[in-house]
Design a protein around this ligand. Structure first.
Ligand code: ADP
Length: 641
């Protein structure tokens, strides 16, 4: 056992001397002496003492009190109590208080020696485990600090999109946790094949800016290639870059999915303290955080770039584009749309388009959507005779896209064409009447043989067909120009009845059952009776025309809220979906009907114009080979006032 310093506390100087010189001294221990408890406590507080040998019967305080006071003062050296024979209970109490042993007086040399040896050996063991405990404690504390640091970075990461600030925190934590002198994050640049420093701690700024190393022949490059952490534990300085020496260094890979994109490194340059593999775990976790931050930032940048690209594209398209949410609030509006619709720059995103735009056509497009999922189209008239073709398309999960194209020039062309057609039709009317007149005169001027009569009949049929076409064209011209605006209060079902009567003959020829279902007390509408009858006639005539012999045509009039609903349903040849988009165009006739019937292709164009003139809507539901239903909605009279 090594040399220890033992404090002998006893009132008896003789005994102290004997113990010091003849018992403990020869064992190699050095001894201090105290005659009283207080003296002992003072000595113990000043000097480092390995063991106290205290008599229970001291002049001031008892030996056991010396023990208590020592413990209270935070001194935990072993204490052996010397007692006189007969005070067993006191010895037990002393042991309970933490005494390492006791000897009974009078004692033999061996007794005292073995008590001292035992106490010292025990103290040795205890201090050993105390040290181990302290070591574990220190490690646990360190671990806790690491976890806390990792947690705080994790929190920062979830709330930050700014890559630089997360990387700075990561590197700060890496240096803090490992006790390193410097730290850095190096990223691999695919284009140059070099590593650049994107975040650092304690590096010179100029050094960071100019830092560039080739991936191939550097340690960091090796980590990128292998995906394995690297530890330089040696205390002898080594080069990591030309003229850059470090004593110890650790690199851990930054992984994005399976790809290593860079490294997180810490090093010691000044002091020789070497890192151990223990730092792999916290640095690895920090590297993962950094990788996630980089990935987030990349994704964010990508999304941001895409959005900017999209916005720039939309901004520079001539078409007006507005994206709305489900409540018609503006999500995006390009400058063409702002300009055309007069939406001020100040009008913020999120404003209801119906408040931002004061255009009746746009309002019509947005109102009456009835939650219908299909796209809608209207022509929007703007000041200075500008006409836009506006398309409102539902976008699932977003709301609506409203796209408007300038069709002013098309409208002008259309107008010029209509004017021309009108003029020509007008000029054709008188010669046609003349031709008809002369065909009638022929027979009166002399005998006409059968062949001639037949030729005259054919001429009359053709001239009549041309006259109908010309009349249709003139009608259409008038309706489109809005010249025949003579409107009055009308009971619509009555008009429909008249129109039906006009078609009974044709229906009977084809054995077609023509039925009507008119709701009672349908309210009046305000309109042009001639045109509305023409509307009903054209639809019923078509239904009869495009339904084979023995078919059925059903006509219904009812009222739904403020609207009169007029439908004509047949079980005829039907209309293909492609043709359904075009049947309201002028001169359009389905391929399938060209052979079977004559017609100008103007009937539905006239119907559509009449509906438009009466602020109504028309559409067709049809299936090829099964039949068609044409539906017209017209507002009742009071809604128009
Ligand atoms: P027209 O009847 O003179 O050909 P319309 O403008 O009245 O011209 O009709 C345009 C086209 O629409 C017709 O040629 C026909 O192809 C189609 N169509 C109209 N009504 C019906 C119907 N009830 N059933 C099937 N096809 C129809």
């Amino acid at each position: 056992m090594s040399r220890k310093r033992i404090l002998i506390v006893d009132a008896n100087a003789e005994l102290r001397k004997t113990l010091a010189e003849y018992v403990l001294g020869p064992e190699g221990h050095s001894c201090l002496e105290a005659a009283s408890g207080q003296e002992a406590l003072q000595l113990a507080s000043r000097r480092s003492i390995d063991l106290v040998l205290a008599d229970q019967h001291l002049p001031d305080i008892a030996g056991i009190d010396v023990l208590r006071e020592l413990r209270l003062a935070g001194l935990h050296m072993p204490v052996v109590i010397m007692t006189v024979e007969g005070s067993e209970s006191l010895a037990v109490e002393a042991l309970r208080e933490g005494a390492s042993g006791y000897v009974r007086k009078p004692f033999r040399t061996e007794d005292i020696m073995s008590a001292v040896r035992r106490a010292l050996a025990r103290a040795e063991i205890e201090s050993e485990s105390y040290r181990a405990l302290q070591q574990t404690n220190r490690q646990l504390k360190q671990r806790l600090q690491q976890l806390e640091a990792l947690q705080s970075i994790g929190r920062a990461l979830t709330s930050a999109l700014d890559m630089q600030s997360v990387l700075s925190r990561v590197i700060e934590a890496a240096v803090g946790l490992t006790g390193a002198e410097e730290g850095s994050i190096l990223l691999h640049d695919d284009k140059t094949g070099e590593l650049t420093m994107v975040a650092s701690k304690n590096f010179d700024e100029a050094f960071v800016h100019t830092f560039r190393i080739r991936t191939e022949d550097s340690i960091a490059g090796e980590v990128i290639r292998t995906g394995q952490p690297y530890l330089l534990g040696a205390a002898a300085p080594q080069k990591i870059k030309t003229a850059y020496l470090v004593h110890s260094l650790v690199y851990v890979p930054l992984k994005l999915q399976d790809r290593v994109i860079g490294v997180l490194g810490v090093d010691n340059r000044q002091q020789g303290t070497a890192f151990t593999e223990e730092v792999f775990m916290p640095l690895g976790a920090l590297a993962d955080f950094a990788a996630v931050a980089i990935q987030n930032a990349l994704l964010y940048e990508e999304t941001h770039n895409e959005r900017t690209k999209l916005e720039t594209t939309l901004e520079h398209t001539a078409d007006a584009v507005i994206i709305l949410d489900e409540h018609y609030r503006i999500i995006l509006i390009n400058s063409s749309a702002r300009q055309l619709l007069g939406v001020r720059e100040a009008e913020p995103i999120g404003t209801d388009l119906r408040q931002a735009v004061r255009n009746a056509d746009v309002h019509t497009l947005l109102y009456n959507l009835d939650g219908r999922p299909e796209s809608r189209r209207v022509e929007v008239e703007l000041p200075d005779d500008v006409v836009m073709n506006a398309h409102l398309t539902p976008v699932p999960g977003v709301g609506y896209a409203l796209i408007m194209q300038d069709i002013t020039y098309l409208k002008q062309l259309d107008r010029i064409k209509s004017e021309f057609v009108n003029a020509v039709s007008h000029d054709l009317r008188s010669p046609l009447t003349t031709i008809l007149g002369y065909t009638e005169l022929i027979a009166r001027t002399g005998p006409v043989n059968d062949k001639q009569t037949e030729y005259i009949r054919r001429v009359r049929i053709s001239v009549n067909a041309i006259t109908t076409l010309v009349n249709d064209l003139l009608d259409l011209g008038r309706i489109e120009a809005g010249v025949d605006t003579q409107k009055e209060v009308i009971h619509f079902p009555q008009l429909v009845r008249y129109a039906m009567e006009g078609q009974r003959g044709r229906a009977a020829d084809k054995h077609i059952m023509l039925e009507a279902e008119m709701a009672d007390n349908v309210q009046t509408i305000f309109g042009n009776p001639i045109r509305l009858k023409q509307l009903a006639t054209n639809l019923i005539e078509n239904a009869v025309k495009y339904t084979p012999e023995g078919g059925q045509v059903h006509v219904r009039v009812s009222q739904e809220g403020d609207l009169i609903r007029f439908t004509v349903t047949d079980n005829g040849i039907g209309i293909s979906p492609q043709d359904q988009n075009r049947i309201f165009e002028k001169f359009f006739r389905s391929e399938s009907v060209l052979e079977m019937s004559t017609g100008s292709g103007l009937g539905l164009a006239i119907v559509k114009s009449i509906v438009d003139n009466h602020a109504g809507r028309i559409w067709v539901d049809s299936r090829l080979g099964e039949g068609s239903t044409f539906t017209v909605l017209l507002p009742i009279e009071r809604t128009l006032h």
